[in-house]
Design a protein around this ligand. Sequence first.
Ligand SMILES: *Cc1c(COP(=O)(O)O)cnc(C)c1O
Length: 410
Amino acid sequence: MSHREPSVSCPRRGEALRSGVVPDDEAVDLSLPEGLLPVDGRFGCGPAKVRPEQLDALASRGADFLGTSYRRGAVRALLGRVRAGLRELFELPADYQVVLGNGGGTAFWNIATHGLIRNRAQHLSFGEFSGRFTAVDRSTPWLAEPSVIESPPGTHPEPRAEPEVDAYALTQNETSTGVAMPIHRVPGADVDSLVLVDGTSAAGGMLVRPEAFDVYYFAPQKCFGADGGLWIALMSPAAVARAEEIAAGGRYIPEFFSLPAAIDHSARDLTFNTPSVASLFLLSEQIDWLLGLGGLSGAAAKAAKTAALVYGWAEDSPYAAPFVAEPEQRSPVVATIEFAEHIDAAHMVAGLRAHGILDLEPHRSFGRNQIRMGMFPAIETADAEALLSCIDHAVAQLGRPAGRGRRSNA
Ligand SMILES: *Cc1c(COP(=O)(O)O)cnc(C)c1O
């Protein structure tokens, strides 16, 4: 294979690295051998791959739901199917509730500061998403200054019991850095305190035990292969009781953020206001598919298999390395791979994009020489394998001759 100079329209290297993004219209001349491309080139971390079977089902059966009242038969039955399916998938105890509303994962941070945190929360802040919930809490005037435990990007901190903390905010998978953490209750914490888990990119692709959380909330555009705009919360009896206690206590809560209103509507297979019915349909199809993989453990095993392949490749590669140094902390659903200095990752990603291999850009808050790839259950392991071959080809063509060894994680 011939080594070629990057085409002239390539942004200057410093530029691409600072922004972490290459404009979509940038032309990078990369040729890949026939038959090497993945069948499906969607590797984004959210919105993430929607399986073609989900879309076919929507096209063939969507008319039963789309354009009909969400307060009547078909859509309510659909919401009931989603709630029952999630209960089965997460093996929820009978007294846990499945609650849904509009606004996506981000909305739930405001819902929590209004209706779940009594006075003071502890946040583990170790990337863009966990950091954003921390910022929402910090700017909430009726709450005490939160306790914030940080750790550098590519690692996660540990929660620790604190006497005045009434809610512990954890993130199972920090999507910006590809760090995952085990979810368990905080040893020594007040029995009355809640564990609130952002499971947005983990839910459906990583194991979690209901006994370990009071609220596990997520949006369906990652493992669940639906569209954004909805939030889903799996709530323990203690969390429901907390929501009722705070709402009864006189704090002003906009009705749109009201958990008691959402709990009440969800129990009747309704949402507070009009939901995206197409998204609910896609979600429902994906829940059935995940159950067919063997439930959460089968789905998690599929993602873990893809992850083992990707991290194994990176460890063996002379020019790539997993960004997360500690193998235990590497996410099974989102991989961040760091490239050696002689390779311009943004340029390579632009070249792959031209071949329909999409959304490998690192998180926009994160201007490092890396790629980030989704490994959700819907992403086939064979497609991940094909992607790694394409990267090897791209590096051979686009990378300047290697002058140095691999870059360390330090
Ligand atoms: C994607 C993501 C969010 C944001 O979800 P939206 O539905 O876009 O608001 C929050 N937390 C984590 C961990 C995420 O991955």
